[in-house]
Ligand binder design. Structure first.
Ligand code: GCB
Length: 606
């Protein structure tokens, strides 16, 4: 194993100690049993089912009282005192946020307990079983049949636990305590401009594996040599010693035996002459199969190179201009958090219709359908860690939390050709503790994945005090591969006409992206271009901004804010906002605003 991959493997082992098992690779394509559907729930604002009256967690007591909710207790006889009963409760749908399912939970931030029952038969002796959550916001305590499996922190990344020794043939009860209280030391922190949807927001699956199984793999083009495919496969086995496995890429004529080391790792290092590279016009995905003696895991992987050269972004050694749009993960088809393939399809089809070749998935990891579809549709992707605005930069556990969330995102999406940028953070203040925090995070991301570019949405400033000249003055600009910043000239900063008066002085020899600009407009509200909230105001802001952007010589693309109006508790203006950030090019009802067509025309001419 190369030094680099050894380091990678070590880091993965370290991160798995953070309260959950090593993340299974590619659950998306494995045969699984869905636990989606109706789950019983108990709203528990005082966390009465979690703490005793001395405020000690039941799950840390040697013999928890029957009143602990995760025990799913039932009265032993008619005189027994018990003050809860899951089976008499109402249901919440999983996947789904609770806010848009129950009116009484619309603004709720706190604990809700979920319970699902299931039967399970192993299909072969010696097999193993995992319960896999695609995401739950924000903190999850997970119990099966009264035993604690673990805790997961972070609302947007997957986690799994092995349940081989706990699962029974019948009447299993999986109980999950979800707490979406915002926390000062959390990631994100107390303040965000999006809705804090709570719940088990994505799919829950049971994954049965063979005794020895493919736990993980990272198979990508070598960034140093586009005729090489490099990475690793990791098998998990209770048997120690080397394992034989077979890596097959029939489209490239590859059928190679690999032998894992003591820790289950086998390096992948293949020389290939004639690769059909994944590209925007030809998003070709190769069928990949990894076989152990007992099972086969299949995936579809694209091979492309991405790098920067001076101020250009090079996709397969050709400069590419990123015609983008920012997207929040809300369903364009229902209300609330998006989670389905249909949600992702609609969002990405709108992006395509707009003329985009690139999307910024803001401000946290979106569901896996987005990147899987982007792989198929030939759309480049920016993925983002929810390090947003003000984070407790000095708090080591906040850093660990941010790193773990990033590591789970990279673990899930590291084989996706569409993903070209890992973004560390959004609009964070330039203070020493933040610089230490972000530098460490960027170094971590680079060590984990050297096949992608690092960025962050930074802020712009007056150049040497002159308000007509703008620049980026931030030490993190030295660290990133792509220099990105948000700017709102014409909205928070003067009126759209102001764009004409601004020039840009960007000194770094790097590709530059504008990760946000925009203006609010209520779809259907018309008036003059001077009138705030009208479609005409927003349209004019796009006209003016696009002219300004075209004059910034290092610009290699942008992702305006935002594709669709999205919910935000910060946006309370009656009759206009009513709880929605109105900077969408499309309303939450799916109606396009005038600015949509301005951007579409610009992209079509680019
Ligand atoms: C920003 C933030 C984004 C907000 C947006 C706005 O700079 O990055 O999260 O939603 O501005 O609408 O103010």
């Amino acid at each position: 194993m190369s030094k680099q991959f050894l380091l990678l493997a070590l880091m993965i082992c370290v991160s798995s100690s953070y309260g959950q098992d090593h993340l299974l690779q590619n659950v998306y394509n494995r045969t699984t049993i869905s636990l989606n559907g109706d789950w019983k729930y108990i709203v528990d604002p005082y966390e009465n089912g979690y703490y005793n009256y001395r405020y000690e967690p039941f799950d840390q007591q040697p013999t928890p009282w029957a009143s602990a909710f995760f025990l799913n207790s039932k009265p032993k006889d008619a005189s027994d005192l018990l003050e809860y009963d899951f089976d008499k409760m109402d249901n919440l749908k999983v996947p789904g946020d609770w806010n848009t399912q129950k009116e009484s939970l619309y603004y709720y931030e706190g604990t809700v307990w979920y319970k699902q029952s299931f039967d399970f038969d192993f299909s072969a002796e010696g097999n193993r079983l995992f319960v896999y959550f695609e995401a739950a916001n924000y903190q999850a305590e997970v119990y099966l049949n009264g035993s604690k499996l673990g805790t997961h922190t972070g609302g947007f990344t997957p986690f799994n636990f092995e349940v081989t020794d706990i699962v029974k043939a019948q009447d299993n009860f999986l109980i999950v305590k979800i707490d979406n209280k915002r926390l000062k030391d959390g990631v994100p922190t107390l303040n965000t401009d999006w809705w804090n949807y709570g719940g088990i927001t994505r799919d829950v699956k049971l994954v049965e594996t063979a005794a020895t199984f493919v736990a993980d793999y990272f198979i990508q083009l070598d960034p140093q040599d586009t005729k090489k495919i490099k990475g690793y496969v990791q098998v998990n086995s209770k048997d120690t010693g080397a394992q034989k496995l077979q890596l097959k890429l029939p489209g490239l004529g590859i059928d190679q035996q690999l032998t894992s080391d003591q820790d289950g790792y086998a390096a992948v290092d293949l020389s290939v002459e004639d690769i059909r590279y994944w590209s925007l016009d030809d998003p070709f995905l190769y069928d990949v199969a990894i076989e152990t003696a007992q099972e086969t895991v299949k995936d579809q992987i694209g091979f492309r190179s991405i790098r920067t050269e001076g101020t250009q972004i090079m996709l397969n050694d050709q400069p590419v201009y990123l015609k983008g749009i920012s997207i929040h993960e809300e369903s364009p088809l229902r209300d609330g958090r998006g989670y389905s393939k249909e949600d992702a399809t609609q969002l990405l089809e709108w992006a395509k219709e707009l003329g985009c070749n690139y999307v910024r998935l803001a401000h946290y990891p979106h569901n896996e359908h987005m990147v899987r579809l982007a792989d198929q549709m030939g759309i480049l992707v920016w993925e983002e860690n929810p390090v947003y605005w003000t984070i407790s930069w000095d708090n080591e556990s906040t850093y660990q939390n941010a790193e773990t969330q990033l590591s789970e995102l990279i673990a899930r999406d590291k084989n996706r050709a569409s993903v070209i940028i890992w973004s560390m953070a959004n609009e964070t203040p330039n203070v020493p503790a933040r610089n230490v925090f972000l530098n460490k995070l960027a170094a971590y991301a680079r060590a984990k994945d050297n096949t992608r570019l690092i960025s962050a949405a930074l802020e712009q400033k007056n150049y040497q005090g002159d308000p007509t000249i703008r620049t980026i003055d931030d030490p993190f600009a030295e660290v990133v591969d792509i220099l990105s910043f948000n700017q709102y000239i014409g909205w928070y900063d003067g009126l759209p006409e102001k764009c004409k008066t601004i020039t840009w002085k960007i000194e770094e020899d790097k590709p530059v992206l504008i990760s946000e600009f925009g203006a609010g407009a209520k779809q259907g509200l018309h008036g003059s271009k001077e009138e705030r909230w009208t479609e005409e105001f927003q349209e004019n802001l796009y006209v003016e901004t696009l002219q300004m952007i075209d004059k910034i010589d290092k610009i290699q693309g942008f992702s305006p804010w935002i594709l669709v109006d999205f919910r935000s508790p910060r946006r309370v203006l009656p009759e206009i906002q009513d709880g929605w950030n109105r900077k969408g090019l499309i309303s939450e009802e799916g109606e396009k605003k005038k600015a949509f067509f301005i951007l579409q025309a610009f992209y079509n001419n680019k």
